[in-house]
Design a binder for this molecule. Structure first.
Ligand code: PMP
Length: 290
C-alpha cells in the first residue's frame, strides 16, 4: 500500500506522523471518508467541499487547493490500483509544541490512505440491524459543532462503546433536548406512511453526503422527504428505518431499544433506495483511470 503524506508516498511501515503533531496530541484536525466504486471516486467534490468547511470552522489552513486535493485523492487511488475501495483523507494541525496553541504548528499535514472497508456484516443488509439509543449526548453546536468532521471523535466513540455494551454495533445519539440527532458514524432515516423523515441538521446531524444523495434519489422517485425534529417515539413507530453513510451505504434497521420496527424486516422503500443508490455509485464519480 502506498500512503500519501504531504506530497510523497510511503509504504505502510514508513507512513508515520510525529508524536508532536496536534492531530495526535489533541485531536486537532479534520477528516473525510470517501468511497471509490467501479473505478470512480464517488461524490469527491462534495467530500472536499465539506473538508474545506470543517477546516474553516476550526481555522485550519489546508496547504493545498481544492483541485490539488481532488487530484491527490485520484492519484493515490491510481497508485494503489483501487477500483473499489475506501479513501481516508486526514488533515492534521501539524507538528507543534506540547502546549495547546495551534499557532505553534507551522504546517498542517495532508494524509491520504486508499484501502478497503467492510463496516457491517452482510447479515445486517440481508436481515436488518438492531440499534439502541445511548446516554452519551451528541455534541452541542456551541461546543465542537457536530457539523465539523474533526479528528476528535471521542464523543461518538463513547456512544459506540455504549452500543457495544448493549450488544449492538451502532447507537442512536440524542441531542441535549432529547431529539434524535444521528448515529455514531451514520445518519438516520425513517419511513412512515410512504414518506421519508430524517432529523434536521440543526438537531446535531453531520451534513451527510450519503444522506443528501438518498434524499435526492427519494425525491426523484416521487417520495416526500422532510426534516422535522424526531423523538424515540417516532423511531419506534416507524414503518421502516435505515442508516446512511459513506462506509455503511444504506443499512436497514429492524429493532431499536427492543422495539421491532415495522414488520421486523428491511422495508420495501429502503430496498428501493438501496438499489437506486448502488446503481448510482456504479456510474457516477471522478474517474480514476482515463
Ligand atoms: N454521521 C457521522 C457522525 C459520521 O461520522 C458520518 C460519516 N461516517 C456520517 C454521519 C455519514 O456521513 P457521510 O454520508 O457523508 O459519510
Amino acid at each position: 500500500m502506498k500512503i500519501f503524506i504531504d506530497g510523497k508516498y510511503y509504504s505502510e511501515r514508513d507512513a508515520k506522523v510525529s508524536v508532536f503533531d496536534h492531530g495526535l496530541l489533541y485531536g486537532d484536525g479534520i477528516f473525510e471518508g470517501i468511497r471509490a466504486y467501479n473505478g470512480r471516486v464517488f461524490r469527491l467534490k462534495e467530500h472536499i467541499d465539506r473538508l474545506f468547511c470543517s477546516a474553516k470552522a476550526i481555522l485550519l489552513k489546508i496547504p493545498a487547493s481544492h483541485a490539488a486535493i481532488m487530484r491527490a485523492v485520484v492519484e493515490t487511488c491510481r497508485a494503489n490500483r483501487i477500483r473499489n475501495g475506501y479513501i481516508r483523507l486526514v488533515v492534521t494541525r501539524g507538528v507543534g509544541t506540547l502546549g495547546l496553541n495551534p499557532n505553534r504548528c507551522k504546517r498542517p499535514s495532508l494524509i491520504i490512505i486508499a484501502d478497503k472497508i467492510q463496516l457491517y456484516p452482510e447479515s445486517f443488509y440481508a436481515r436488518g440491524m438492531e440499534i439502541v439509543t445511548v446516554p452519551t449526548t451528541r455534541n452541542l453546536h456551541n461546543a465542537v459543532n457536530p457539523a465539523i468532521k474533526s479528528l476528535n471523535y471521542l464523543n461518538n466513540i463513547l456512544a459506540k462503546i455504549e452500543a457495544n455494551h448493549a450488544g449492538c454495533e451502532e447507537a442512536i445519539m440524542l441531542n441535549a433536548e432529547g431529539f434524535v440527532a444521528e448515529c455514531t458514524g451514520d445518519n438516520v432515516f425513517i419511513v412512515k406512511e410512504g414518506q421519508l423523515f430524517t432529523p434536521p441538521l440543526s438537531a446535531g446531524a453531520l451534513y451527510g453526503i450519503t444522506r443528501r444523495t438518498v434524499m435526492d434519489i427519494a425525491v426523484e422517485s416521487g417520495y416526500t422527504v422532510s426534516e422535522p425534529n424526531l423523538t424515540r417515539y417516532d423511531l419506534f413507530n416507524a414503518d421502516e428505518c435505515f442508516l446512511t453513510g459513506t462506509g455503511a451505504e444504506i443499512v436497514p434497521v429492524t429493532k431499536i431499544d427492543g422495539r421491532i420496527i415495522g414488520r421486523g424486516r428491511p422495508g420495501q422503500i429502503t430496498r428501493e433506495l438501496e438499489e437506486k443508490y448502488h446503481a448510482l455509485t456504479k456510474i457516477s464519480g471522478e474517474p480514476i483511470y482515463q
